[in-house]
Design a protein around this ligand. Structure first.
Ligand SMILES: [Fe+2]
Length: 411
């Protein structure tokens, strides 16, 4: 096997800062977007976002506000129909990860027709590749977590099978990420904690991901995976994101309505983490979160966050230095131990301490997971080959079982 010698970095144009939402009109002009269509949530419509858009753009904007919390394929298809019927020439998505993901797939279906299942990998769908470019899309995230504004992936729920599946293509990446921290001031503490843990998990998994040179070099350059593994750029982005979460997540949970500095820090963290994992890939925490989401009532952020400390410990032997660095960046202190293995455990405990401070869900047993569920879930995790491909330490069923058991109680 010949290891790869090349990495590539992909990102949309981005604009960040309090008040940046007011520059939406100028951005649309730059993109030659004359007839926009908005996809958002009922909550945002109730909070007057459509009136505000009318003020900013000086015209009525057609919209669809049926975004579901864990968007179903049906809801996404409904959004696609509304977008298509509007004859709009660009798409503006306003909301959390669910709104952004709904818009990404609606854009695909409105442009090329077909159903969600056409683009989902077997056994659930036909696995058709995304044929080409979609309409220009502006992503306006209102939570600090998924990083969906910069990534090429969108996740939907198939109700019949009760599974979450992703559609991933470079063409789905938004054309512009417009990040205004003021829009995140209304996020309630629990959602702030859950989405913040999703952002931290992206940063940590991107940081420790298998290096790009450990992956086989593709014969055809166009066949290089979207998730290439970790390298200098993704590592730098992830380091900064981890540091920002350590500095600002507590404040964003405690004083979220007024602490704009903390909200800005968290939105930046989530954006940087999105750029990092959107290029390097994630790993075991995300793979093992999928079976949880289907069986138990947990948000995506809860599922990955609960698993993160044990996943860091499991993966530490692949690179003890990196595991230690995660703890040091997050706590702003040096590891007090000499033994590398002890430092990995210490780093995992730094994450657990942060989770306790923000009253994050303390473990799998609280969610209702029992020892009996674990073997079946571990076998299901092994099927997440795309996500496990960039995990730094090889994963087997016993490893996943160890992670689940160790995550029963984090504090
Ligand atoms: Fe995630």
């Amino acid at each position: 096997m010949v290891g790869d010698t090349i990495w590539e970095f992909r990102s949309p144009r981005s604009k960040f800062g309090p008040g940046s939402f007011n520059e939406l009109g100028a951005e649309m002009k730059r993109m030659r977007c004359e007839k926009p269509f908005v996809i958002t949530t009922r909550g945002w419509v109730r909070r007057g976002i459509i009136d505000r858009l009318k003020e900013i753009l000086g015209t009525e904007v057609p919209y669809w506000d049926g975004v579901e919390p864990e968007p179903s394929a049906e809801s996404v298809e409904e959004a696609a129909k509304a977008f298509k019927e509007s004859n709009a020439d660009c798409l503006i998505a306003i909301g959390g990860g669910s709104a952004l993901d709904t818009a990404k797939i609606a854009n695909l279906l409105a442009t090329y027709g077909g159903s969600v299942r056409d683009y989902i990998a077997p056994p659930y769908g036909q696995g058709k590749p995304v044929p080409g470019p979609v309409k220009p899309m502006i992503a306006v995230p209102t939570t600090a977590g998924t990083g969906s504004e910069v990534t090429s992936v969108a996740v939907v729920t198939l109700k019949a099978e009760n599974v979450k599946v992703g559609i991933s293509s470079d063409y789905l990446r938004p054309s512009l990420a417009l990040l205004d921290p003021e829009l995140t001031l209304t996020v309630p503490p629990k959602v702030t904690a859950d989405t913040g843990m999703d952002a931290l998990t992206h940063a940590v998994e991107a940081y420790i991901a298998k290096p790009y040179w450990a992956r086989e070099k593709p014969e055809d350059p166009l066949k290089r995976p979207v998730y290439v593994g970790s390298y200098s750029v993704t590592e730098s982005l992830a380091e900064k994101a981890i540091e920002l979460v350590g500095k600002y997540l507590r404040r964003a949970v405690y004083w979220g309505k007024t602490d704009l500095e903390a909200r800005s820090g968290m939105l930046l963290a989530s954006y940087l983490a999105g750029l990092a994992f959107g290029n390097s890939g994630v790993g075991l925490a995300h793979a093992a979160s999928y079976p949880l989401g289907g069986r138990f009532k947990v948000t995506h952020g809860e599922a990955v966050g609960i698993l993160l400390p044990a996943v860091l410990e499991y993966n530490a032997p692949a690179n003890y230095e990196k595991a230690k660095k995660v703890g040091e960046l997050l706590s702003g202190t040096e590891c007090p131990e000499k033994d590398p293995q002890k430092c990995a455990e210490w780093a995992a405990n730094v994450i657990r301490a942060l989770q306790k401070d923000i009253k994050f869900t303390p473990g799998l047993e609280v969610v209702g997971v029992t020892e009996e569920d674990i073997i079946e879930m571990a076998e299901e995790t092994m099927k997440q080959k795309r996500l496990l491909a960039t995990n730094p330490r090889p994963v087997d069923v016993d490893g996943v079982i160890w992670v689940y058991k160790r995550s029963m109680r984090n504090y």
